[in-house]
Write a protein that binds this ligand. Structure first.
Ligand SMILES: Nc1ncnc2c1ncn2[C@@H]1O[C@H](COP(=O)(O)OP(=O)(O)OP(=O)(O)O)[C@@H](O)[C@H]1O
Ligand SMILES: [Mg+2]
Length: 322
């Protein structure tokens, strides 16, 4: 099912978008939801995404979806919740390592060694634990800030007893994620409990605070009050690099070699030969070596809608049409 933020009311648009990817329907209500949590969306059909679209069938579609949801839920037998991760409450310490990060670094992750080393140096190697260590990675959207943090967490998880992640896009997501930490360690599940645990815990932990969009003062109030843990924060806003007591890093476009490698990994089936790198280097340069742009640009080649060597022509045709 294709998902977006616009109603499709035109048959030719519908076919143009759906055919290349084999989408059988369009929907809007769950757009973006999978970035927050993995789930299934059950929808009823109320139109053909063409000029005949109207609201008459919406109630019927909603009823059908509700009935289908009930049938799906009936497939599950409720069970007692598994015991939460035990913590030794006297010492506020975890009994075993806990890795509470929802996503993995992208399988085609490449490079970013300079940034990863800077974080490692500041958060792990640098001695002196008397002030709280906070490292800020900042830069434009799509530069790869979240990916770098996920990669860092995977590479260094053995150095921390707990690794946690909070999506700081809004105060709602922040509170939800701190509450999830509290629930996982067996406290009551409020965001204050999560922050309290991190503040009083004797454990060495890493907390990723991703996508910070609040003012500096507003985000600081969520920082656990302790020097034991390390915070790794990402933001698009360079003004928010200030809380980085342990340092900050501006993540921009990739180096040319990194960008070319990323593009060739993403297109699949084109080996990393000198000839292919040469073709990829033109494309990567045109896209400013921005990881998100490179990952998107590789899709038509991966889906065999065009060949690597014909990509520029394909791209020009597409952009002149729109
Ligand atoms: N080092 C990397 N190797 C391979 N692909 C990458 C890398 N960094 C980023 N990407 C690609 O770019 C996409 C965007 O990266 P990411 O979400 O980390 O950007 P961001 O800087 O956090 O953006 P935003 O400000 O929107 O949160 C990823 O989903 C991935 O496809
Ligand atoms: Mg991000």
């Amino acid at each position: 099912m294709a998902c977006g933020d616009m109603v499709i009311k035109c048959a030719s648009n519908r076919d143009r978008i759906s055919q290349p990817v084999g989408a059988i329907a369009f929907e809007m209500e769950s757009a973006g939801i999978f970035q927050s949590f993995a789930g299934i969306v059950i929808k009823g059909v109320c139109g053909y995404a063409d000029s005949h679209k109207h609201k008459q069938w919406q109630d019927y579609a909603a009823g059908t979806a509700a009935a289908a949801t009930k049938a799906v839920l009936e497939q599950f037998t409720p069970q007692d919740r598994p015991p939460a991760e035990p913590i030794d409450s006297a010492n506020q310490t975890l009994q075993k390592p806990l890795y509470l990060v929802r996503h993995k670094a992208w399988v085609n992750f490449v490079g970013r060694d300079h940034c990863l080393n800077a974080i490692e140096h500041s958060l792990i190697r640098e001695k002196g634990d008397t002030i709280q260590k906070c490292f800020v990675v900042y830069g434009i959207g799509g530069a790869g800030k979240t990916q770098v943090c996920l990669r860092f967490a995977e590479l260094h998880r053995d150095k921390f007893l707990g690794v946690f992640e909070v999506d700081a896009s809004t105060s709602v997501t922040i509170e939800r994620d701190f509450a999830a930490i509290a629930e996982k360690i067996g406290c009551r599940a409020t965001s204050d409990d999560g922050i309290d645990y991190l503040s009083t815990s004797q454990d060495r932990w890493l907390l990723i605070i991703d996508n910070v969009d609040l003012k500096e003062g507003s985000i600081r109030k969520y920082f656990p009050n302790t020097h034991r843990g390390c915070i790794l924060m990402t933001t698009r806003n360079h003004r928010l690099a200030i809380p980085g007591t342990a340092g900050n890093y501006q993540l921009d476009s990739m180096d040319p070699e990194e960008g070319i490698s990323l593009f060739l990994k993403e297109v699949h089936e084109y080996p990393n030969t000198q000839g292919n790198r040469l073709i990829a280097s033109d494309i990567a340069k045109e896209l400013g070596y921005l990881p998100l742009a490179l990952a998107h640009a590789a899709v038509p080649i991966r889906h065999k809608r065009c060949r690597l060597e014909d990509y520029r022509e394909y791209f020009q045709k597409k952009t002149s049409k729109s």
